[in-house]
Design a protein around this ligand. Structure first.
Ligand SMILES: *Cc1c(COP(=O)(O)O)cnc(C)c1O
Length: 437
């Protein structure tokens, strides 16, 4: 059985960060997300230290849509990471967390005027500009305020990376960014390069998610560097930043064979250095944006097993006290997970169950045909690797309160997000005042 980070099995129980998960379930209730924060730190350092060792100026920005809360942002700040936000809500969370504003980068394909104003108010480090509408808004806002703002232009290089390969397309059919191949990127450059208040630092691209190869990143780097080389030739303009996005893969099941953070970084640097030489550019700063690979395998979901349904000759179902409301990925992407019964962790996995959620959707299944210990009502089921796009995509479907979240490290644990109460669920509801007609 594959364990992650600091996980161990002691006295038949799964532990995380030196803490018995069965005790955590008892103390905080279920469903519960438990994060192994030392594993998050280790992953962050894996990226950062490699840049440092190779003498390349870099920013490693936590793509916080993977898991956003005040404590997670403070953890990222402790580790000297930068922070990607994609909405006013995430930016507000960063402000509340006291995150160093100069290391906040703001993404999104439809940032509102209010969101952009908040970014200017906060004096964040950089806005990643996605489209022409945004350029217009940014010019208006920065001119009205007479306030400078650093920007990157997000480009789509016509490379789509998939888990085990990548495809090159002349024209990327994406809702994000300026197309690198059809003149849009040059047009965006022309619109911003001499602006009094918008300071163009360079280019950004993000080619996909859960990627296990380095070729896609290398090819994207080459294409984007080539564009930078053209601008230097034609306009004498030198970009100082190349942002290669995130998408580094992690292990969900034994089919996934991720690379270590340092391998991605080393390969990226190699191809950027080679291309910088080829197009006669000074080596730019390299920024990357890992999300899933920082927090994904550091998160574990704990549930209490309830009902059991047998469909004779077909399937054994066990149902847990959460489901698609706290983890939409199986329903949304057909995502696969592994699990164990946390209070029987030293027992043989000699049973097969389909783990169903409690939501009113027949697609609400967390794992199909999971290898598990014999399960009975009251057992604590631990699903591994739910740290990214789990809580952050949680909903109140069926008016189910969202779970609590706990951090565990070196024998200590703390609550970082409270469990929602029924009062929270109705907090924004207002009584009917319309008269019956
Ligand atoms: C989602 C996203 C990331 C993070 O992706 P992961 O697969 O979680 O590493 C990074 N950059 C951008 C622009 C994104 O949209």
């Amino acid at each position: 059985m594959h364990l992650y980070g600091t996980q161990t099995i002691e006295n038949g129980h799964l532990t995380i960060g030196g803490i018995d998960t069965v005790e955590l379930a008892k103390q905080y209730g279920t469903p519960l997300f438990v994060y192994d924060t030392s594993l998050i730190r280790k992953r962050g350092r894996g990226f950062k230290d490699t840049f440092e060792k190779l003498g390349v100026t870099a920013q490693v920005a936590y793509a916080s849509k993977a898991f956003a809360c005040v404590a997670a942002y403070q953890l990222a700040a402790q580790e000297n990471l930068s922070l990607d936000v994609v909405s006013g809500g995430e930016l507000y969370t960063a402000i509340k967390a006291g995150f160093p504003e100069e290391r906040i980068h703001f993404h999104g394909n439809n940032k509102s005027i209010a969101e952009l104003e908040l970014a200017f108010d906060t004096k964040i480090g950089c806005i990643v500009v996605d489209n022409f509408h945004e350029i217009t808004l940014l010019k208006e806002i920065s001119e009205a305020r007479k306030q400078k703002m650093s920007i990157l232009l997000r480009v789509t290089p016509g490379i789509e990376a998939h888990t085990h390969d990548f495809i090159t397309t002349g024209q990327a059919d994406s809702k994000f960014g300026f197309d690198l191949n059809n003149g849009q990127t040059d047009e965006a450059f022309a619109q911003v390069k001499d602006h009094e208040f918008l300071c163009l630092l360079g280019l950004h691209c993000h080619i996909g998610s859960q990627i296990f190869e380095t070729d896609g990143f290398a090819l994207a780097a080459r294409k984007v560097m080539k564009k930078m080389g053209e601008w230097k030739q034609a306009h004498g303009f030198e970009c100082s930043v190349l942002n290669l996005g995130g998408g580094f893969g992690i292990r969900y099941t034994e089919e996934d064979k991720p690379l270590e953070p340092h391998v991605y970084v080393e390969e990226m640097i190699k191809s950027v250095q080679a291309e910088a030489e080829a197009v006669k550019l000074t080596m730019p700063e390299i920024w990357i944006e890992p999300g899933r690979s920082l927090v994904g395998d550091a998160g574990t979901s704990l549930y209490t097993v309830g009902s059991h349904k047998s469909v004779p000759g077909i399937r054994e179902y066990i149902a847990v006290d959460g489901g698609m409301s706290d983890n939409i990925r199986p329903a949304l992407y057909d995502a696969k997970y592994e699990a164990i019964i946390a209070n029987k962790a030293d027992k043989e996995k000699d049973a097969t169950y389909t783990v169903a959620g409690k939501l009113c959707e027949s697609g609400d299944k967390l794992i199909i045909d999971a290898a598990l210990q014999q399960a009975e009502a009251g057992d604590i089921l631990a699903i591994f690797c739910t740290g990214a796009y789990g809580y952050s995509m949680a909903s109140n479907y069926n008016r189910v309160p969202r779970p609590a979240v706990v951090f565990a490290e070196a024998g200590e644990h703390q609550l970082v997000i409270k469990r929602e109460s029924y009062e929270d669920i109705v907090a924004n509801d207002l009584p009917l005042t319309l008269k019956k007609g």
